[in-house]
Design a protein around this ligand. Structure first.
Ligand code: PMP
Length: 457
């Protein structure tokens, strides 16, 4: 599956120093004196280079990248087509501001988004910088277009760190704690979470549970938007039961509610389709996108029904840097790479390689409570053996042990007990399976070795 890519850096795991090495440790010392403590990093190693499935650190360690910079570098962190497009654009102009002197790149990205997002209806797009900004603008559009205020979100949701998107995000620590007061008119409803729901709760019944709560607590005619991640990312790679997303989209349509798919993390081939909504044939009214869209450059977008977007008065949407021309050039190149190499198929291939391995691991290791995900958005939920109690201590130990062996892996989940596997979609099979092998050996050994804190609950 891999031969189509040529990489600049050797695609190998190489641990040349202890991790973090001396140069990373020196940078950490400087960082502490200059960078605010509130910005965390998953691993204390500093990147010097990255390509395909590896990140090379400042000490010369070549680390297998199972995190993609939080599901961003789907085409790799230095895709030659993206690099070329960026350097070509930069030599012409870096910025004029689309709201001052517009340029073709922005229009072309909007054309691509209309073609790629689900549904054959007439669409319009607006470009921004971050995922949070996209989500926030989707809510602005939905409120204006419906003349309603209430926004429905779900348990375990993650939508960002601005004031409105903090209100929409479920998890308090670290995202919200002490940062309130939060924006009003945001209502949280029960999610479909098959591993933790009562056994046998179907997607349709989980949706009915949410709809009943919406109708009782808000009233359908007061709801501007339902905002839902079709597969939740930060909340723990929660894949709702089949039928949940379509039933909510259908209820939204019947009640004049704008159905917003937050595809910031799931979009652009990550889950094996261009957009995760497609998996069950859902056509959202609005789609929020970011992360994988531009090969690592900061760009986000909302794309949706023309009548919704065009309802907004001129000047009501925008921002100085939104749809920056360099980011647009990168997006056009990244989309071209995804299309030429059929990266949705790569994501499905990754699932087919990794999931059987993780399921076999779960059979042997009682701390692996659940294996789930779709495409190249996969996860292990870790639990205290013999229970379904979250085991975040083990996730932390696994992450640190993986780093020591040259693998970067991210944790997530409301309880911090989920290990996720979100590699670049261009990663080679051998490298990927080497990384998975490291995770397997750590999990098989960790409980036996007594390295993991024993928790009394
Ligand atoms: N929505 C989802 C589903 C996300 O995963 C994220 C980022 N993890 C965001 C919104 C916010 O994106 P950003 O960090 O670019 O603001």
């Amino acid at each position: 599956m891999r031969s189509a890519f040529e990489f600049r850096l050797p695609q190998r795991r190489l641990v040349a120093t202890e991790l973090p090495g001396p140069r990373s440790r020196a940078l950490t010392a400087r960082r502490v004196a200059a960078v605010a403590a509130g910005v965390g990093s998953a691993v204390p190693v500093y990147a010097a280079d990255a390509d395909g499935g590896v990140v090379v650190d400042v000490d010369g360690n070549s680390l297998i990248d199972l995190g993609s910079g939080i599901a961003v570098t789907s085409v790799g962190a230095s895709d030659p087509a993206v690099a070329q497009a960026v350097s070509d654009q930069i030599r012409h102009f870096t910025h004029t501001c689309f709201m001052v002197t517009p340029y073709e790149g922005y229009v072309r990205v909007a054309e691509e988004l209309a073609a790629l997002t689900p549904g054959g209806h007439e669409k319009r797009s607006v470009l921004f910088n971050s995922g949070a900004e996209a989500v926030e603008n989707a809510v602005k559009v939905a409120r204006l277009a419906t003349g309603r205020m209430a926004v429905v979100v779900f348990d375990h949701a993650y939508h960002g760190r601005t004031n409105l998107t903090m209100a929409m995000t479920a998890k308090s620590m670290p995202y919200k704690a002490h940062f309130g007061p939060f924006a009003p008119e945001v209502y949280r409803m029960p999610m479909s979470y098959p591993y933790r729901d009562e056994p046998g709760l179907t997607g349709e019944r989980a949706a009915a549970r949410a709809v009943t709560a919406i109708e009782k607590q808000i009233g359908g005619d007061a709801v501007a938007a339902i905002v839902l991640e079709p597969v939740q990312g930060e909340g723990g790679v929660v894949v709702p039961a089949p039928g949940f997303v379509p039933a909510l989209a259908e209820w939204a349509r019947a009640n004049g509610v704008v159905f917003v798919a937050d595809e910031v993390q799931t979009g652009f081939a990550r889950t094996g389709d261009w957009f995760a909504s497609e998996h069950e044939g859902v056509v959202p009214d609005l789609v929020a996108m970011a992360k994988g869209i531009a090969g690592g450059l900061p760009l986000s977008a909302i794309t949706g029904r023309a009548e919704l977007l065009d309802a907004v008065h001129p000047g009501g949407l925008g921002g100085t840097f939104g749809g920056n021309p360099v980011a647009c050039a990168a997006a056009l190149a990244a989309i071209d790479t995804m299309r030429r190499h059929d990266l949705p198929a790569h994501a499905r291939h990754i699932e087919s390689l990794v999931v059987p391995r993780l399921r076999a691991l779960a059979d042997d290791v009682p701390a692996v409570g659940d294996v789930r995900g779709r495409g190249a958005m996969l996860a292990l939920e870790l639990v205290v053996p013999g229970s379904a109690d979250p085991y975040p201590e083990l996730a932390t130990v696994v992450q640190a042990a993986a780093l020591a062996q040259g693998v970067v892996v991210l944790t997530c989940g409301t309880h911090g007990n989920v290990i996720r596997v979100v590699p670049p979609l261009v990663i080679g099979d051998e490298l990927l399976l080497d990384g998975i092998g490291v995770l397997e050996s750590i999990l098989r050994a960790s409980l036996a070795s007594g390295d993991v804190p024993v928790v009394e609950r």
